[in-house]
Design a protein around this ligand. Structure first.
Ligand code: B1M
Length: 223
């Protein structure tokens, strides 16, 4: 079925189904169809791609889907995100700060982290994206090299989220902690966990992360 012929509600469902099935080309066609009819990139993300990945996550948890299928779904999602990328990134917002962001050691999940990175770029941040599986040395090296205003850590596994504390402790040990605002996020991370590990902020989702980062820059400039 040509996605351009579907009414909105069915288009979102089709996009979610195609993502679930790892049908990369079909996901891209549906994303383009949604944009062509005037939906904004954030709507396409929320109603189509993220909603589809939520279903994948639930079935992965319940043992209906396994790693190979989830990988295909992730690749389809990434392809859809690449179409949205220029729309999210090139807003012409003036440069307001620098962000170093990465997924922590032991963790290879990067979709949410990349989404945060894209939206931060769109909000005017220069973003240094360290990718996945970053140890403390790599975060520290990036802080020394780029002197960012903010360092963002993402974790999707309950077994890797404690590593955020290791990075924060390393920042303290190296006398760098006061120079950077530390933001953490990822599905298992919570506000109270963020406080517990000594982070400055917890981003529930990409939009919240952007708001918190903007708020920090306003405060920093005012002080
Ligand atoms: Co994985 N996985 N996975 N996985 N995977 C989860 C996380 C899991 C919850 C699935 C489940 O069981 N329901 C589960 C973790 C359970 C737990 O820890 N308690 C799990 C598991 C177990 C695993 C493996 C161990 C499976 C295995 O091998 N047996 C393995 C681990 C590999 C490793 O990292 N060492 C594994 C592997 C994989 C794939 C490679 C197949 C693939 C990742 C592909 C990729 O990322 N390139 C994958 C996927 C896709 C998922 C699920 C299904 C989807 C994650 C995702 O991309 N969501 C996930 C299920 C789930 O999360 N419910 C699951 C969409 C994305 C937009 O959301 O990443 O949450 P999210 O990001 C959000 C917010 O969290 C927030 O903003 C984003 C946008 O709004 N956010 C931040 C994220 N980072 C932020 C940083 C911030 C601020 C906000 O500030 C810095």
């Amino acid at each position: 079925m040509d996605p351009r012929e579907l009414p909105d509600e069915e288009l979102w469902l089709q996009m979610q189904d195609d993502l679930y099935d790892g049908e990369r080309d079909a996901v891209c066609a549906a994303v383009r169809a949604a944009l062509e009819r005037g939906h904004g990139p954030s709507t396409v993300l929320a109603a189509g791609l993220v909603a589809g990945m939520d279903i994948v996550g639930a079935d992965f948890r319940d043992g209906v889907l396994f790693v190979p299928e989830v990988l295909l779904a992730a690749n389809a999602m990434k392809a859809g995100m690449e179409i949205l990328r220029p729309l999210l990134v090139e807003t012409g917002a003036p440069r307001i700060g620098t962000l170093v962001i990465g997924t922590v050691k032991g963790d290879i999940h990067d979709i949410g982290k990349n989404l945060v990175a894209m939206m931060m770029e769109g909000a005017g941040f220069e973003v240094i994206n360290l990718g996945i599986n970053n140890d403390a040395e790599r975060f520290l090296g990036a802080v020394r090299q780029h002197q960012p205003d903010i360092i963002g850590m993402s974790a999707l596994l309950t077994t890797t989220m404690p590593y955020m504390k290791v990075v924060i402790q390393a920042l303290i040990d190296e006398g760098l902690r006061d120079q950077v605002f530390v933001m953490v996020g990822g599905a298992p991370v919570t506000e109270s966990f963020a406080r517990q590990v000594g982070a400055d902020a917890y981003g529930r989702d990409a939009a919240t992360a952007v708001e918190l980062a903007r708020g920090h820059m306003r405060q920093k400039l005012a002080s």
